[in-house]
Design a protein around this ligand. Structure first.
Ligand code: SAM
Length: 288
């Protein structure tokens, strides 16, 4: 360790790393990279490269690999280092450890043994996508990766359909077209969404539209790179036809058929075309 660098107290230091642009590293992450006694990473090559970019020398410190399949022996080695008074840094390949990434078992074990665990927060694709999607962020549910099989994926989406929160999914470019097709069918084609690709990188792109529109884009275009799909808030209960009639009756008292249909479709997320047909029939029946 460089003698100019402050020695860190014993414990586990979870460090977030950039999800694309290397300059998104935080000053605290750089301090910890320079000063922790032992460096542990999901991918040691990525960590070495990041240190090289930022001019942080390993200086003879061990750089160990730890991922979900490392098992008890790797955890025991890390625990022994902490017990011996050493500071251990843990970084995943990119972004925040434990967010769709390894680290959970390690943190539990270190904490259960009564050692210190602290976090140096920084980039994560879920938060970056939420800030760019243009969808409500007051309540959101991070759903990670959906199952890759079609029927499990549909069941997982069904379980999320009534959640009154913006939904965030990580998805692979190979499966995103199928995922959006299923999301459109299960969550509703008119629900708003955003596809956020290659965030913080050269080809960053955010596509916004209804799920139906996004599914149509993905059916035509082959999207490459890393992807987050954000889906606008759902409603706890789908609005039934009788509810729609009631809302339309109220709206038609002061609005034209077109405006009433627009307002009710917007408020309920129901398909505008069917709401318009219902509004037309109510109007022709003299408000039914
Ligand atoms: N721990 C990371 C985090 O905090 O975001 C996530 C790791 S997970 C294994 C990798 C997935 O995160 C990718 O498949 C993609 O869905 C998403 N992701 C990571 N970096 C991204 C980026 N720059 N742009 C878009 N999505 C990204």
């Amino acid at each position: 360790m460089n003698p100019m660098v402050t020695r860190m107290p014993a414990g586990l230091y979870l460090v977030a790393t950039p999800i694309g642009s290397a300059r998104d590293i935080t000053l605290r992450a750089l301090d910890l990279l320079a000063s922790c006694d032992v460096l542990v990473a999901e991918d040691t090559r990525s960590l070495r490269r990041l240190m090289e970019i930022h001019g942080v020398a390993p200086g003879g410190r061990p750089i160990l690999s730890y991922h979900d399949h490392s098992g008890e022996a790797a955890r025991a080695r890390i625990m022994a280092d902490i017990a011996a008074g050493r500071s251990v840094l843990y970084a995943s390949e990119a972004g925040t450890p434990m967010i769709a990434d390894p680290g959970f078992d390690l943190v539990r074990a270190v904490r259960d043994a009564g050692h210190e665990v602290t976090s140096a927060p920084g980039p994560s694709a879920v938060i970056t996508a939420l800030t760019l999607a243009g969808l409500p962020t007051d309540r959101f549910l991070f759903a990670g990766f959906l199952p890759s099989g079609a029927s499990q994926r549909k069941s997982a989406l069904e379980a999320l359909a009534g959640v009154e929160a913006t939904l965030v999914f990580y998805e692979s470019p190979k499966r995103v077209a199928a995922m959006l097709r299923d999301a459109s069918a299960v969550l509703g084609g008119q629900r708003e969404g955003a596809l956020c690709r290659e965030l913080t990188k050269k080809f960053e792109e955010v596509l916004r539209g209804t799920l139906e529109e996004l599914a149509a884009i993905c059916a035509e275009r082959t999207l490459k790179g890393e992807i987050v799909v954000v889906v606008g808030k759902g409603r706890a209960h789908a609005t039934g036809e009788e509810d729609l009639r009631e809302m339309l009756r109220a709206a038609l008292e002061t609005m034209s058929v077109r405006d009433a249909a627009d307002a009710v479709a917007q408020a309920t997320g129901a398909k505008r075309r069917s709401v318009y047909q219902l509004a037309l029939s109510l109007a022709s029946e003299g408000l039914g």
